[in-house]
Design a protein around this ligand. Structure first.
Ligand code: GLC
Length: 796
C-alpha cells in the first residue's frame, strides 16, 4: 500500500507514491507501434521490432534504470523554476505526483509551482504513433508565462548497432525541422536488418521517418542531445531548459534528439492542452499521405476519439470472461490484469521491458506457443495466425527454431520439448472454436514442400518418437522447459522425466483432438506412443515419495531424495497429474511432497534445496545464485501448473492457497520491488539472503497460465470439444461465486453454490433451468445461456 493500490473498480493501478522501488511500467501498442512507459515517464518506442525498428533509445544498465523516456519539461519564464510533468527525470517534489496505469494507457498527474497537470500516454489503434496529451491548469491565482518542452532521444533503426557502434552510427543521423508541418523529422541513412551485431554493411537506409510534433506553434527546437543536455549533465538538469531557449539548429551528426518548445501564457484558472505526437511514417508513403498523421492529433476531437477507441478495444477483449468470487483480489486479477498481461505478453513477446532489452533475442518457440492459450478466448483469429507462425518455424523432421524472428531467421538448439508445444497451441484453439478445418490448412515447413497443420502435428509426433533414450524417456539435449538443465548427463547422457510426462500429456491432447475431429485413423499410433511415455515414467520415474526430474550419465538420478541439492523438482510432480498418470496414490503423495518440501511464504519453489556447488553434468542451474531464477526461486509459471494439478486432484483449498500466495500484490513492495499488478517470472526464495524480490515482470508465461488455470480449473469453466465443461475446485469457505464466459458465440452466466462447504464435486447442474446429467454444457445456438451449479456429491 505504500506505493499504490487498485482503483475501486480494479481497472487502474494507482501509483500514489511514484518513487517506486523499480520502474513500474505499462505497454501501449496497436500491434505495429509499441511503447513502454513507466509511472515516471521512462520507456522506449519501436515500430514492429524492438531490434530493427527502434524509434527511441533505452540506455542499457544506466542509473536510474528507466531512461530516457517521454519527457515534458516546464519552465516558468518569470521565476526560472523548472520541473517535469512526470516526476522523473527532474525528480523534485515527489509527493506532488501520482500515476495511473490502465488498460492501454497511462496517466500522470501533478501539482507543482501552482500548475496542476495531467499527461495521458496512449497509442492510437490506427496510427503508428504515440500521443502524450498534457493538460496544464493555472491554480496559482496569477498570470503565468511558461515554456513547455517535449523531449525524446532517438535510436532510428537497429538498436543493437546503435548500441555497439554508436561512434560510427551517429554519422548517419539526419534530423530536420519542417516549418510548414511544425514538426521534426528524423531518420538514419544507413540501416542493418540482420539480427546480430555484424560487420556486414547493408546498402540501404532506414525505411521510416520518425516524427515529433505538437499542436501549438513551435517556438524553437533542438535536434542534438549534446546541445539539449549539455556537458556533464543529464536529463535531470538539461542545459537548454535552464537557458529557456532551444537552438533551432538542424543536425546531420551526433546523438539525435527531438525537442520542441512551446511558449504559452495561462491566466489564473485557465487550462491549456498541449498534445505531443511521436510516430513513424514509411518514406514511401510520405508524399502520398501528405503526412496526414502528423497533423491529425492537433485536433483535440481526434485525440478523444482515438483514446475512446483504445479503451473500447480493451473493454471488448476483457469482456469474454468474468469472475465474481468472494475474494476481491481474485476478481481484480481475473477480470482485468491477468488477461491484460497475457495479451501484452502474446503481442510483445519476451523482447521489450526493462529486463528484456530487445536487442538480442527473437521469439521463443515454447513461450510463443504458450502465450496463444490466453488470446484464444477472446481472439481465436489471432491464435490461428499464431499456429501458422509456429508451423513455419518447423522442419519436416519436426525440429523447430528455439528462437525465431518471424522473417526466416532463427536458431536451432537441442531442447527436447520445443516442438511439442505446437500441439498445445493447436488443441487449445480447436477446443475453443470447434474449428477442425485448421488441420487442413497448408503452411510451409522451413524446407521442402509445404504441408497441412496435421502434417506438422505428425512431424512433431515423429520428433517425440525419435528422441528417446535408454529408459524410453526424451533425450534431454540442451534443456526441456527448464532451459538451465542444459547439460544433464554431460553432452548427451541425460533423459528428461518431465519430458516423458510432457510428451504423454501433449500426445493425449492430440489423440483427443483427432477423435473429436473425426480423424481416428491416426489416433491409435498417437495413443500407443502416449502410453509408452506414461509407462516409461511409471517404470523408471518414481523415487519413493515423488517423481525424479531426470537421469544423468550412468543412470544418475536428478531430483531424488538421494541428492543433497535439487532433491525434488516441482514440474515432475504437477505434470505427473497433468499427464494423467494412472496411480492416484503416487500423485497424491507427489503433491503432498511439494507442500512439504517446496512450499514457502512466497510460494512454491521450483526445486529444493537449491544448488550451491557447480555441477557441469547438470548445467547452468548450478551456476546460478541460489534462491533465484531456476535455481530454487519461486518460479511463477510452473506454479500455475501446480495449481492446475491440485485442481485435477479436486483439492480446492490447496490450489487456492498457492494461487492466492502468488498474487502479485501480496508482498510489501519494498521487498517485492516489481509491479504489483502483473506476474513476474520469479520471486526470490528463502534460499537467498533477500527473499521476496520479484524480477522479470510482465513478459512471462505465468501471465497466460495464471489466467487460464485460475479460470479453467479453480472456477472450473473450460472448453471441451463437446461443450463447456463445468468442474469448480474452490476453497471450502466459498459459499458461492458467479462467472461469465463467452464460448463459441454464446455468453454463459454461471452461478455456483456451495451449501455444504466442499472443495469440488457437483451435485446438480442446470442449464436454462433444465437438469443435465453431465459436467458438460453442450454448445448452444442462443446468444445467452444460464448455468446453475450446486456443489456437493460428485456427479460421476
Ligand atoms: C524463461 C523462458 C522459458 C523457460 C523458463 C524456464 O521463462 O522464457 O521459455 O521455459 O525460463 O527455464
Amino acid at each position: 500500500m505504500k506505493y499504490g493500490r487498485f482503483s475501486t473498480d480494479g481497472r487502474e493501478y494507482l501509483i500514489t507514491h511514484v518513487a517506486t522501488p523499480s520502474p513500474w511500467i505499462n505497454y501501449l501498442y496497436n500491434g505495429r507501434y509499441f511503447a513502454t512507459v513507466s509511472g515516471n515517464g521512462g520507456g522506449i518506442s519501436y515500430f514492429r521490432s524492438p531490434l530493427h525498428g527502434r524509434v527511441t533509445r533505452y540506455r542499457i544498465n544506466d542509473i536510474p534504470p528507466d531512461r530516457p523516456g517521454k519527457y515534458i519539461y516546464v519552465k516558468d519564464v518569470d521565476s526560472g523554476a523548472i520541473w517535469t510533468l512526470t516526476w522523473q527525470p527532474i525528480g523534485r517534489d515527489v509527493e506532488a505526483y501520482r500515476a495511473a496505469h490502465g488498460f492501454g494507457y497511462t496517466r500522470v498527474e501533478a501539482e507543482v509551482e501552482g500548475i496542476a497537470s495531467s499527461v495521458l500516454f496512449f497509442v492510437p489503434r490506427d496510427d503508428d504513433a504515440e500521443i502524450w496529451r498534457a493538460r496544464l491548469r493555472n491554480e496559482s491565482g496569477r498570470l503565468r508565462r511558461l515554456s513547455v518542452f517535449g523531449y525524446v532521444e532517438f535510436a532510428l533503426g537497429h538498436a543493437l548497432i546503435d548500441l555497439i557502434n554508436q561512434c560510427d552510427d551517429q554519422h548517419f543521423n539526419r534530423v530536420r525541422f519542417d516549418p510548414d508541418l511544425n514538426s521534426l523529422f528524423a531518420t538514419k541513412t544507413y540501416w542493418v536488418t540482420e539480427t546480430r551485431g555484424t560487420q556486414h554493411q547493408e546498402n540501404k537506409e532506414w525505411d521510416r521517418w520518425a516524427f515529433f510534433t505538437v499542436n501549438h506553434p513551435v517556438a524553437a527546437f533542438e535536434t542534438m542531445r549534446e546541445r539539449f543536455i549539455g556537458p556533464y549533465r543529464s536529463e535531470g538538469n538539461p542545459l537548454a531548459v535552464e537557458a529557456g531557449r532551444l537552438s533551432s539548429r538542424e543536425t546531420d551528426f551526433g546523438n539525435a534528439v527531438g525537442a520542441l518548445q512551446v511558449d504559452l501564457e495561462l491566466e489564473p484558472g485557465e487550462s491549456k492542452e498541449i498534445v505531443f505526437t511521436l510516430g513513424v511514417i514509411a518514406k514511401t508513403e510520405f508524399e502520398a499521405s501528405k503526412a496526414a498523421v502528423v497533423r491529425k492529433y492537433r485536433d483535440p476531437a481526434e485525440v478523444e476519439t482515438a483514446f475512446g477507441n483504445v479503451r473500447a478495444s480493451w473493454d471488448e477483449y476483457l469482456s469474454f470472461t468474468r469472475a465474481e468470487t468472494p475474494d476481491p483480489d481474485v476478481n481484480v486479477f481475473l477480470n482485468g490484469w491477468s488477461p491484460y498481461q497475457a495479451k501484452v505478453a502474446f503481442d510483445v513477446g519476451r523482447v521489450a521491458s526493462f529486463y528484456y532489452w530487445g536487442i538480442g533475442r527473437g521469439f521463443g518457440y515454447r513461450d510463443t506457443a504458450q502465450d496463444a492459450i490466453a488470446i484464444v478466448v477472446a481472439d481465436p483469429g489471432k491464435a490461428r495466425s499464431r499456429i501458422g507462425l509456429l508451423a513455419r518455424q518447423m522442419r519436416r523432421d519436426g525440429k523447430v527454431y528455439h528462437h525465431f524472428y518471424g522473417d526466416g531467421q532463427g536458431e536451432f538448439t537441442r531442447h527436447c520439448d520445443d516442438p511439442l508445444w505446437f500441439i498445445l497451441a493447436v488443441t487449445e484453439y480447436a477446443k475453443e472454436t470447434g474449428d477442425f478445418a485448421v488441420l487442413d490448412r497448408e503452411e510451409p515447413f522451413l524446407e521442402g514442400p509445404p504441408g497441412s497443420i496435421l502434417n506438422h502435428l505428425f512431424a512433431v509426433v515423429e520428433f517425440a518418437r525419435g528422441n528417446t533414450g535408454r529408459h524410453g524417456l526424451p533425450i534431454f539435449g540442451r534443456g526441456d522447459w527448464n532451459d538451465t538443465l542444459d547439460y544433464i548427463g554431460g553432452d548427451d547422457g541425460g533423459e528428461s522425466v518431465w519430458g516423458g510426462m510432457f510428451c504423454a500429456a501433449m500426445l493425449d491432447r492430440l489423440a483427443e483432438l483427432l477423435e473429436a475431429a473425426g480423424r481416428p485413423e491416426h489416433r491409435d499410433e498417437v495413443v500407443e506412443l502416449r502410453d509408452r511415455f506414461r509407462s516409461a515414467v511409471e517404470s523408471y520415474g518414481w523415487d519413493g515419495e515423488w517423481y525424479l526430474r531426470a537421469f544423468g550419465e550412468n543412470d544418475r538420478r536428478v531430483g531424488s531424495r538421494e541428492n543433497a541439492a535439487g532433491k525434488i523438482f516441482l514440474n515432475t510432480q504437477s505434470w505427473a497429474v497433468i499427464a494423467g498418470l494412472p496411480d492416484r496414490s503416487r500423485l497424491v503423495q507427489a503433491m503432498d511432497s511439494v507442500r512439504r518440501h517446496l512450499d514457502s511464504a512466497y510460494g512454491p519453489k521450483i526445486c529444493a534445496p537449491a544448488f550451491r556447488e557447480i555441477d557441469p553434468k547438470i548445467g547452468l542451474i548450478t551456476r546460478c545464485v541460489w534462491g533465484k531464477k531456476e535455481n530454487g526461486a519461486v518460479f511463477c509459471h510452473p506454479a500455475a501448473w501446480l495449481i492446475q494439478a491440485e485442481c485435477l486432484l479436486g483439492r480446492g483449498d490447496r490450489a487456492f492457497h498457492y494461487y492466492r500466495t502468488l498474487l502479485p500484490n501480496r508482498v510489501d513492495s519494498d521487498i517485492f520491488a516489481a509491479e504489483p499488478y502483473v506476474y513476474s517470472q520469479y520471486i526470490t526464495s528463502d534460499e537467498h539472503e533477500s527473499p521476496g524480490r520479484a524480477s522479470h515482470s510482465w513478459q512471462t508465461g505465468s501471465a497466460a497460465w495464471m489466467y487460464r488455470v485460475a479460470y479453467d480449473y479453480i472456477l472450473g469453466i473450460r472448453p471441451a470439444y463437446e461443450g463447456l465443461r463445468i468442474d469448480p475446485v474452490i476453497p471450502a469457505s466459498w459459499k458461492r461465486f458467479g462467472a461469465e464466459r463467452v464460448f463459441r458465440g454464446t455468453r454463459y452466466f454461471v452461478e455456483v453454490e456451495n451449501p455444504g462447504g466442499v472443495e469440488s464435486g457437483i451435485s446438480s447442474l442446470k442449464v436454462d433451468g433444465r437438469l443435465i446429467e453431465s459436467h458438460i454444457v453442450p454448445p448452444s445456438d442462443k446468444p445467452e445461456c444460464r448455468v446453475h451449479v450446486v456443489l456437493g456429491r460428485r456427479l460421476s
